[in-house]
Design a protein around this ligand. Sequence first.
Ligand SMILES: [Zn+2]
Length: 608
Amino acid sequence: MGIEDDDIASVRAATDVVGVIGEHVALKRVGRRWVGLCPFHSENSGSFSVNAEEKLYYCFGCGARGDVITFVREIEHLDFVGAVEKLAAKAGITLRYTDEGQGEGRKRRARLLDAVGQAVDWYHERLLSAPDAAPARGYLRSRGLTGDDVRAYKVGWAPDAWDELARALKVPTEVLVEAGLGFLNSRGRPTDAFRGRVLFPIYDVSGDPVGFGGRIMPGHDGAKYKNSVDSAVYNKSRLLYGLNWSKADIVRADESIVCEGYTDVIGFAKAGVPRAVATCGTSLTEEHVKLLRSFARRMVLAFDADAAGQNAAERVYAWERQYDLDIAVAALPGGVDPAELAQSDPGALAAAVSGAKPFLKFRLDRVLDAAHLDTPEQRARAAEAAMAVVQEHPSDLVRDQYLMEVAARCRVDPDQLRNRRFEPAKKPEGRPSRPAHRDESEPPPRGSAVRPDAPRRAALPRDTAETEALRLMVWRRDEIAPWLDESLFADAVSAAAYRALISTASVADAISAAGAEDREAEDLLQRVAVEETDAEPRAVLERLVDGAANRALSTLKTQARVVDDPFEVGASIAWLSLRIMELREPDTNEVALEQLLGWLTGRPEEEA
Ligand SMILES: [Zn+2]
């Protein structure tokens, strides 16, 4: 079944969990824990905790939890084997497989990545040296890309021919087709997917080459842009060009920039704003937004975000609310794309980002800047058009502030505006107009694009001495383990968690052991594994013993009513009551604790 257990254990052991999670979450050290904003739900409070020693994480907001392998699975949408393989590759561990079938699936993915990687090199070499690539080199120069840029981004050239790549690559035909590099023509011959195009290799978030975005040379027939088809390694609704390079800067700045073209991404980097990404032949999807939100809270749109009109606005506001995001629009000079601006005035490009406006402000300015405000009639019309935009915003507080602005600029009474309904802004006729260099401009259907995932409910916190004892077992085991006993736990879930902890060597093992027995115990262990405690072990023990002794006392009192020999039970009741009183007195509590522990756990007192 998949990978040898020993190898999985070595991968876990060799992995720096803070390093791996830190690629996706800005983590801050708090005591022996690390804390950050949860990448699995939207928040601004930092409910996400990591225990670096045990390599476990837990979110108090949504209940996301697990070990470093779970994390990689969830964040990168991999299966178990894929996640282990990814971490193994990082740690330089060679995996052994126990099952041919599973190994095959992994090998297939590796074959596809290898084929795309070979194609990247082949196309790149072709661009650098082939005579037929001279116009492409000229075009890239005209777009401001130097030879160094071309090499850094491995830009390539697909010759205007039928099957040069197919013949050059040393890969089987089915791999060529599966990787989206070619297809079989009507006579069953392998044929190249890209012809006569400048190619930008597209990498996934971890930097593996997965496909291409191809631009036709100016003046040639065909769609301006053509991208790889979706494959086992390429998924356009999740991929963002440039994220592999920009993610560290995005986390540092807590801001991502979304543009539309590959040369825009490169332009931003050259202008000293290396945190741009581009969608790959599709509009921005909710998947993209979630992915970017796991790196940064602010998102700046550096394209004509208004062109798609009202539908786009609804999505933007829904995303802002759903994911606790700020979406702003870069103030690009009209009609200029970022790549052009990077070339002509890099400072202005950086300024367009720092001067980005909230989405509603951007739309409102667009309406009012275009309006004539000379006559009362014109101002009234402009106010109506502006209010139609304002009322799309879901927050009445936000709406009212913009309403004041509309009233001031159009010189109308704010109360007049407040008491009226305005016609919604007109939806664009037919297909929404998009900037010309898009090939798939259909926005995702409304509703499906904004449907929130229901957050997973976190278990109710059980904050008792028993939970505290479990925390101590995780974080400072030696200071409490010798005195603990299952009989001290009243709560069945805590008792199961305790059993799992004492019967295994590591917390991760305890979690899997508990999981086989009791899901709630597993959950509890996953939570305490990230809850460092500064509790005093002795005080916790006292509370546990106090509780257990009182439970024993009430059992005895019940017995006393039904047994034949109330005397014997009566003596026990008296003894126990006295010890409990002593336990609560500073002078006597040390001895009482030992006596009670011995009595409750059935162990000789000397041992305790
Ligand atoms: Zn969460």
